[in-house]
Write a protein that binds this ligand. Structure first.
Ligand SMILES: Cc1ncc(COP(=O)(O)O)c(C=O)c1O
Length: 401
């Protein structure tokens, strides 16, 4: 089945009792058991819920797997992977331009439990070879990164991990995690390039309308290498479900349902985000006040070739520097009318963010500077409005910059 058909139908069937074309919102905490020790598939909504099950199957199928585990936020999905896989003394390699909230989670929450994180520039896969230690258990990849839109070659890194894993026993193997929030399965299929786990902030493109916060982890299911036990059970999936149930950071049935509805138009929205972004990039690169534009679709982008091979589109995220630095950025953000100055990304509304004071404020200034996140960097999440209106709005706002 093609992606567009799956986005509309996967995991769903008309309701058997009523014919409802949309899956019901099972807004319930518990389920009546027909008799002791017997249930109809569900017993308590922290453990599982039929509306959530639809979402989990839907996103898993879009990513090319059977195993999706939904959470209340993207951060909760990330947290579950750390809990499921790591013990004190373990080491994680993280791409250096990772989302600020991920950096904060790792540094402020997990270091004190004896976990170690190194942040490296993964655009050069050799940096991963050099940084792997005997304690490394996870390689954490965002591609494109947030906010500098660096592109990481998933296949090259998977190959490095496979070679390293040949010398390791079952308990010590390294797993790769790809945060596919920016590209979505419409533009990027990380499992095709050897990734082991995919995570999403479903807050963003998947739900798509700024209507909720949510997250999901998807585990690959075609990999017999090592995380199946003798019964063929995908233990990583089971481990994540165990965390999902025991911690309970689950999406509400309503949020699960809103995400399902959002995904039905994912392919249409992503096409429009992509074409709109390309028009905005063209406008910005020709603007006299813009000194630098970061967008993987630009031929001048350092890893444009990898982006073209790995992705089916370049997405709706753009970052850029204004000549006038922070002050110019402030004027732009103050004067836009159609664009919204807001945290988050991936929704139908076009949004402007100032990473240094918003999404990446949890990174110390020296860390931000060393990674190239200057005070003057502005990030756009291009929505699905008419590109012409977005550009007209930028035109008037940039006069003040
Ligand atoms: C790439 C990326 N991953 C994960 C997250 C965290 O997701 P959430 O805000 O849904 O917890 C974000 C949030 O902005 C993000 O941009």
């Amino acid at each position: 089945m093609k992606f567009d058909t799956k986005a509309v139908h996967a995991g769903q069937a008309p309701d058997a009792q009523t014919g409802s074309i949309l899956p019901p919102i099972y807004q319930t905490a518990t389920y009546v058991l027909p008799e002791v020790g017997v249930n109809l598939g569900y017993d308590y909504s922290r453990t599982s819920n039929p509306t959530r099950s639809v979402l989990e199957t839907l996103v898993a199928q879009l990513e090319g797997s059977k195993y999706g585990i939904a959470f209340s936020t993207g951060m909760a999905a990330i947290d579950a992977i750390i809990r499921a896989r790591l013990s004190s003394g373990d080491h994680v390699l993280v791409c250096d331009d990772v989302y600020g909230g991920v950096y904060r989670l790792f540094e402020k929450n997990y270091r004190k439990f004896g976990l170690f994180f190194d942040y490296i520039d993964m655009r050069d896969p050799d940096n991963v070879i050099e940084a792997i230690t005997p304690a490394t258990r996870l390689v954490w990849i965002e591609t494109p990164t947030n906010p500098l839109l660096k592109i990481i070659n998933i296949e090259a890194i998977s190959e490095i991990i496979s070679q390293e894993n040949e010398h390791r026993d079952l308990t010590n193997k390294i797993l790769s995690v790809v945060d596919n929030t920016f590209m979505t399965p419409y533009f990027l299929s990380p499992f095709e390039f050897g990734a082991d786990i995919i995570i999403h902030s479903t807050t963003k493109y998947l739900s798509g309308h700024n209507q909720l916060v949510g997250g999901i982890a998807v585990v690959r299911d075609d990999n017999q290498r090592w995380y199946y036990d003798e019964q063929g059970l995908n233990t990583l999936n089971e481990d994540l479900k165990f965390i999902q149930n025991s911690v309970g950071a689950v999406p509400s049935p309503m949020d699960a349902w809103l995400t399902i509805i959002g995904i039905k138009t994912l392919h249409l929205r992503m096409e429009r985000h992509n074409t709109n972004a390309q028009e905005i990039v063209r406008y910005l690169t020709n603007h006299s006040k813009v000194s630098r534009v970061y967008y993987p679709g630009l031929e001048s982008h350092r890893n444009h070739d990898v982006a073209r091979l790995q992705m089916r589109g370049f997405g709706g995220m753009i970052s850029f520097e204004l000549d006038g630095g922070l002050e110019a950025g402030r004027e732009l953000m103050k004067n836009v009318k159609v664009w919204s100055l807001a945290e988050s990304l991936g929704a139908v509304e076009s949004m402007i963010t100032h990473p240094a004071t918003m999404t990446h404020v949890s990174l110390p200034k020296e860390v931000r500077n060393s990674r190239g996140i200057s005070d003057g960097l502005v990030r756009f999440s291009v929505g699905i409005e008419a590109a012409e209106d977005l550009i007209t709005d930028l035109e008037q706002a940039l006069r003040y910059a």
